[in-house]
Design a protein around this ligand. Structure first.
Ligand code: AMP
Length: 621
């Protein structure tokens, strides 16, 4: 069964273009999502107003997962099923993972990418990352109130092809269109508008919770090039916490601690560290489970002294990155700070001294990467402001289209569109109860499919049976910066979706991809039922309000017996509104609609009569 196009009266048949685009910083410890609204990039907070989503996923026995803060809070009770720092496993085999034997996970060594055995089954790092991305996507759709056209997702500059491909796959699995993967340091440079300068060489100094990255970027003719990268994958703000923790043990003369007390004091150390970035001293007070208590005061200068060699550890990789790029300090035009740990004054001082310039630090270092990604996403989605210059990368030589009813080719992305780009069009089902759609991707300028080149065929299955024309199927075409096309189809009412899967370079088996897609279909059915019930409840509320308002103005048109029949029908609807019986609620709504038909007719008569009262026939003809 081919596609039936949804036509909107009076609208052009040109492809519908949805332009809501986001930037995502998919971090090792925390992730963020940002967008550009009214020309201003901003991070989208969750419903509790928090900008960060901890990159933590906990799997449960019932197959569900907790993601973010909830998972993080449960981490110590269920370490085996609570996956943290999954970014370190992306596109990696077991042998590539340092300290694998010290991690609490049950690894399953697959050829290609490592898998993790959890209580909810075997999960790949791609699936786990997809859970994080899907949460961010939901967060964005909730706060923006619409579907997203695409996303720019950031990756470390040193990520290789397999790690990048894994990140792209995770995004696809989360239902996101990847407009482009962007290097994290480049995103930070974009956030500072360094791409507006015609030329320049910049260092991006990124000290996060657990990793340190330094990148040297060169901007020329509108393109950022990564000249060199370096860093230390085992150095970050956590090491500063640990130093302070050891100092507390020593000063308070504490004996070896239980796990709980260690965690408590580590948290206290972290809090004190963060305070000392803006105060000259602070107190550390804690009551331990062991019964001992801690009351200490620490000067910022003491903290700076005890962490001096950690700060020094960042300098050597900077010098090396400069050497690798064939540059000296004088060649650097500016330094950008990224990562929460760059808030420490001693770090800023060391960076200033090394590069002999005051680093750019006025954008929140936790948000700068996501903000830069959002700016890039906004441009790629075609939302540039008038006069904004933007790089023409490449164009599509032949239109990309889709087969519709009657063997016609409908163009989705017209030729000469600049890439990367993404366009979406909506289609619907043709027959009552139709549960599958065949999607045929074609290339060419001719009207008939038989005259175009066939690129791919795939099917969207698992559409819940509905009346013809009720399904809303959004087909999204996306061409990435490398000119590669991916096509995805999503039934918007149920969330069922599928896509043509690019064969990943790390060798994810076809069966594996199919299983992942199948999983998302299985949960879609439940979501669909819930949605239907919610929609019916809204309808119930609507009809109750309408009837109530009609009664309050025109009850006089009804006899007492009729009034009490309608009241009974209304009671029936309102009783069922908060129950979960969709069919019964639907029947009650119908009964109320039928039972008030006569009342509606009398009201209509009356309003026509009163409108005509006192008018001559000539006035109204
Ligand atoms: P990120 O991975 O970029 O989110 O950075 C997290 C690290 O930044 C953690 O070690 C935090 O303790 C640290 N951090 C956040 N705020 C501050 C602050 N005000 N002073 C020092 N370190 C901070």
């Amino acid at each position: 069964m081919a596609l039936l196009q949804i036509s909107e009266p009076g609208m052009s048949t040109a492809p519908h273009q949805h332009r809501l685009a986001v930037g995502i910083d998919l971090g090792t410890t925390n992730s963020l999502i940002a967008t550009v609204r009214n020309s201003i990039p901003e991070v989208l907070n969750d419903e509790e107003g928090r900008p960060l989503l901890p990159s933590v996923v906990r799997y449960l026995a019932n197959g569900h997962a907790h993601i973010g803060y909830k998972a993080q809070a449960e981490q110590s009770n269920d370490p085996k099923n609570t996956i943290i720092s999954v970014k370190r496993f992306m596109g990696r085999g077991l042998k590539d993972i340092a300290y694998a034997e010290h991690l609490p996970y049950d690894f399953h060594d697959e050829p290609g990418m490592v898998q993790l055995k959890t209580i909810a089954g075997i999960k790949s790092p791609v699936e786990i990352s997809a859970q994080i991305l899907a949460t961010l996507r939901q967060q964005a759709e909730d706060s923006l109130g619409d579907d997203l056209v695409g996303a720019v997702i950031t990756v470390p500059a040193y990520f290789d092809d397999a790690q990048r491909q894994a990140t792209k796959d995770a995004a696809k699995l989360a239902g996101l269109n990847v407009l482009r993967l962007l290097n994290e340091p480049t995103a930070a440079a974009i956030a500072y508008g360094l791409d507006n300068a015609s030329e320049g060489t910049y260092a991006v100094f990124d000290l996060g919770g657990g990793t340190f990255d330094i990148s040297i970027l060169k901007m020329s003719k509108g393109v950022f090039e990564v000249l060199s990268t370096g860093g230390d994958s085992a150095l970050g703000g956590d090491d500063f916490d640990h130093r302070l923790f050891c100092w507390i043990l020593q000063e308070a003369k504490l004996a070896p601690l239980s796990d709980e007390d260690t965690r408590l004091l580590m948290t206290k150390a972290r809090e004190a560290k963060e305070i000392l970035s803006s105060k000259t001293s602070t107190h550390i007070d804690a009551k331990l489970l062991s019964g001992e208590s801690v009351h200490l005061q620490i000067q910022a200068s003491t903290f700076v002294e005890m962490t001096q060699n950690l700060v020094l550890k960042t300098i050597t990789p900077c010098r090396k990155a400069l050497r690798d790029a064939g540059l000296s300090i004088e060649d650097i035009d500016g330094v950008v700070l990224v990562g929460g740990a760059t808030r420490m004054p001693q770090v800023r001082k060391a960076v200033s001294e090394l590069f002999q310039t005051t680093p750019l630090a006025n954008i929140d270092p936790d948000k700068v990467v996501a903000l830069g990604a959002a700016i890039q996403a906004n441009l790629l989605a075609g939302n540039r402001a008038a006069g904004e210059d933007w790089l023409l990368l490449d164009v599509i030589p032949l239109s990309l289209g889709i087969e519709t009813m009657g063997g016609l080719a409908e163009k989705v992305i017209p030729r000469n569109s600049t890439i990367p780009c993404a366009r979406a069009q909506e289609f619907t089902t043709f027959k009552d109860g139709q549960t599958a759609l065949a999607i045929h991707v074609v290339q060419g300028e001719r009207e008939l499919v038989s005259d175009c080149r066939s690129l791919a065929r795939f099917e969207l299955r698992g559409i819940p049976p509905m009346a013809a024309g009720a399904a809303r199927i959004r087909i999204t075409y996306q061409v990435d910066a490398d000119g590669l096309l991916s096509v995805s189809a999503r039934e918007l009412r149920s969330g069922v979706e599928t896509s043509i899967t690019v064969k990943p370079s790390y060798g994810l088996a076809d069966g594996e991809v199919a299983r992942m897609l199948q999983d998302s279909f299985t949960s879609a059915e439940g979501d669909m039922k819930m949605r239907a019930l919610k929609e019916e409840q809204v309808e119930a509320e609507r009809i109750l309000l309408a009837t109530q308002s009609a009664l309050s103005s025109d009850a006089g048109l009804l006899s007492e017996a009729e009034q009490s029949t309608i009241a009974g029908l209304m009671n029936q609807v309102s009783e069922l509104t908060n129950q979960n019986d969709l069919d019964a609620l639907h029947a009650a709504i119908k009964a109320l609609a039928d039972g008030t038909e006569e009342f509606a007719a009398r009201r209509m008569d009356q309003s026509v009569r009163s409108a005509l009262a006192g008018k001559k026939l000539d006035d109204i003809s």
